[in-house]
Design a protein. Structure first.
Length: 224
């Protein structure tokens, strides 16, 4: 196993200070402002939401809230590095931001691992508590009833994908996770938001089915 893919051991006592979190915040905020034109979906509005909810879920599950907060701040910097990219593409920038903020290298490696562990395409039932908190926050953003109405077109523009490609991605990555019972890891999150998640997935499944209708396809071509 390469050094990059090794799973860092969790740190017993958080070594991410409030000063470091604030330094990460400033850097990511500045990057989001600088690249706002291309971060239509994964911009500061998304980062801020995920950060707030991730800290909330970390406090509920007893994980390291400071580490989770730092991870939430840097979880989507890959979209600055490369369009429509996986979390791993942001590793170098992520570690650079954390280093500048004074986060020790082992902790920075742990944070990077949490980010990749929490990614929808990678996650499984037994991810760490920190990754669970981050995953639940990011997943909630996807499941919000307003997301397909207000933000889906921004995702399409940001990532240069078609509606069919987005529908295939959402259903392909999320349906099995939902059906297997760990769409949300936190019981309170599951109790509160699972109805939204089920409705969202049903909507995207219907979108997939509608795109097979030639008349719908002509309609979309006409309005695009």
């Amino acid at each position: 196993m390469s050094a990059e893919n090794m799973v860092p051991a969790p740190v017993a006592v958080s070594t991410v200070s409030r000063t470091s979190v604030e330094a990460v915040d400033r850097q990511v905020h500045q990057l989001c402002q600088r690249h706002a034109a291309k971060l239509q979906f994964h911009g500061w509005h998304h980062v801020s939401f995920v950060r707030a909810k991730a800290v909330e879920f970390a406090q509920l599950n007893g994980s390291d809230a400071a580490v989770v907060e730092a991870a939430a701040l840097v979880h989507d910097v890959n979209y600055i590095v490369a369009r429509n990219s996986p979390a791993a593409a942001g590793r170098r920038l992520r570690l650079e931001i954390l280093a500048i903020a004074g986060v020790a290298k082992p902790v920075a490696g742990w944070i990077d691992h949490i980010v990749r562990e929490a990614e929808m395409a990678n996650r499984h039932r037994e991810i760490s508590l920190e990754a669970q908190a981050l995953s639940d926050a990011d997943t909630l953003f996807k499941a919000l009833p307003v997301t397909p109405v207000v933000l889906a077109h921004r995702y399409l523009a940001e990532n240069g994908v078609s509606l069919r490609e987005l529908a295939d991605k959402i259903v392909g990555e999320q349906q099995d996770v939902h059906d297997e019972g760990y769409y949300f890891y936190n019981p309170e999150a599951a109790a509160t938001y699972s109805r939204w998640a089920a409705t969202n997935l049903a909507l995207w499944q219907c979108i997939k089915e509608s795109l097979d209708d030639p008349t719908v396809e002509r309609l979309l071509n006409a309005v695009s």
